[in-house]
Design a protein around this ligand. Sequence first.
Ligand SMILES: [Fe+2]
Ligand SMILES: [Fe+2]
Length: 152
Amino acid sequence: MSKKVIDLLNAGRARELAAISQYMTQHYELEDKDFGKLAKKMKEIGIQEMKHAEALAERILFLKGEPTTKPDAVAVKGQEIAEMLKTNIALETQAIKMYNEAAVICAAEKDQISKQLFEKLLVEEEEHLNFFENTKDHLAKLGDVYLVGLTG
Ligand SMILES: [Fe+2]
Ligand SMILES: [Fe+2]
């Protein structure tokens, strides 16, 4: 089996681990500030990223590789909501670029299953990006009025 593919899967896993740590940090920070609705959404997305990290680990093990336990970035703490969204948009944008490239390389390495795994993850990363971008736009347009809607 291709070492190249295992490395790509592990790079994806490191990215997922960073996203989990970032979104769970935001989850408890938002919860603490009483932004319950956004906090709940961050937890949901964080759990999806956990499933991504797990799916990548399963594929790595199947290919006789060793799943990494190291995130590729450290979670940023103490950001305002607008900054959080910027951080998350960057995380998702990088993941989307990474997974699109990985899918192409997996195909070249004749590993259709790993290619499909990256494609499956991409569907959800695009949804995450869309959610963060929409939330950022609403916040920019409506400001405090929108923030009130995120409490609860
Ligand atoms: Fe993910
Ligand atoms: Fe994501």
